[in-house]
Write a new protein. Sequence first.
Length: 459
Amino acid sequence: MREKTDLMDNVVNLAKRRGFVFPGSEIYGGLANSWDYGPLGVELKNNIKKLWWKMFVQEREDVVGVDGAVIMNPRVWEASGHLKEFSDPLVECKKCHMRYRADQLGDKCENCGSKDFTQARQFNMMFKTNLGPVEHTPPIPPFKGGEREGVFLGGGVVYLRPETAQTMFTDFKQILETSRMKLPFGVAQIGRSFRNEITPGNFIFRTREFEIMEIEYFIHEKDWKKQFEHWLAEQKKWIKACGIDEKKVEYVEIPDGERAHYSKRTVDTEFRYPFGQKELYGLAYRTDFDLRNHEQASGKNLKYKDPVSSEEFLPHVIEPTWGVERTVLAVLLSAYEEVKGGRTTTTEAVKEEEIVLRLPKELAPVKIAVLPLSRKEELIKPSVKILHDLQQHWMCQYDETGSIGKRYRRQDEIGTPFCVTVDFDSLEDKKVTVRDRDTMKQDRIKIAELVDYFKDKYA
Ligand code: GAP
């Protein structure tokens, strides 16, 4: 157990110390469970999103992308069922007023030890805000035929989206017409979502704002089982591509009564985090639930017309979904390695314990570090020239301070796959040493061929 806690502590410490993730608003004492991504964190996040977009949009003919608004017409959330169903059971300690999710409650209050709680009530997790400069803008005209008419429309109340999926349903017809896609096809989106979680925590695992990468894959109903299996296999491929430890991953069938209100079948990808096995990703069969409800609520025809048979019908939907921050966490936990006794070569200093972040090359925040062996002007000049040439293609770092062993350690710790060392021989033979993070093998490469060498490595 101690070892497990250590892994979490070590990853959180590394994340803070090296600028992956900082506590948010820290100069004001922070804001509970809000996190900022630093210079390396933003690179890692961007690389995750880039890899995802490449795998699931760029490399597929049957998926197109969108980028929808965070604030949508509130009717969307009525039709989608989120106003009624997107809630968790909340209880409050009668003594100290701490609030808990009823389904995660122990036998007593964690704060004061009291066992006296209120009855559970449903707490809707959508963040509310107001549209326009005053809180009481004229109400949005009532919505014809909705059974909950008038419940939420007064006062210009709007919601921050709790999932990105709804854009893909509300814009279904426009996407179809402009992209000329034929069934089966998917629409992908990466975007920020907001949930007023009752119990956020475990570092970046559960927060109140986070990014989702998701696909609504529109199909004919008869194909749903086949397509569900296809997307489960794609999610398994993604785990591998990210270097997430497959031994810690389980695919869990979510039983009746525990699935989201729109899902007929759900398989969660769960990961064994140091704090327990919990959801990493989800895969749901949303049937035609969303398109049907939006068609009914908006009065607009959202049917698909088969170009061959002319049959008109509402497509069904398979939805694979991935959280960006949970990916960051699972990737860091999987990549983190402490090498006891240090990793040594003849040129590298011995240390008792060294950290290596074995990130896949595509995800590493820094792809290449350029290190002049000495701070002498004659080495700095060609090193900076090499840096500028490589920066045209990859995110690089330049480091001239400390011993070369120390500088290798610094790069290993942030997962940089390659270091380029410029030494005095480089001035004569016009070659540099390229060191590989994992094998620690050193290759002597011609400066003139360096870009091609790395193009091959990063192909
Ligand atoms: N459209 C489907 C949907 O939103 P979800 O399982 O509720 O499904 C998608 O959320 C993914 O977003 C999850 O699999 C998880 O990776 C991530 N996620 C959900 N809630 C989160 C939170 N509070 N903090 C960080 N990530 C979260």
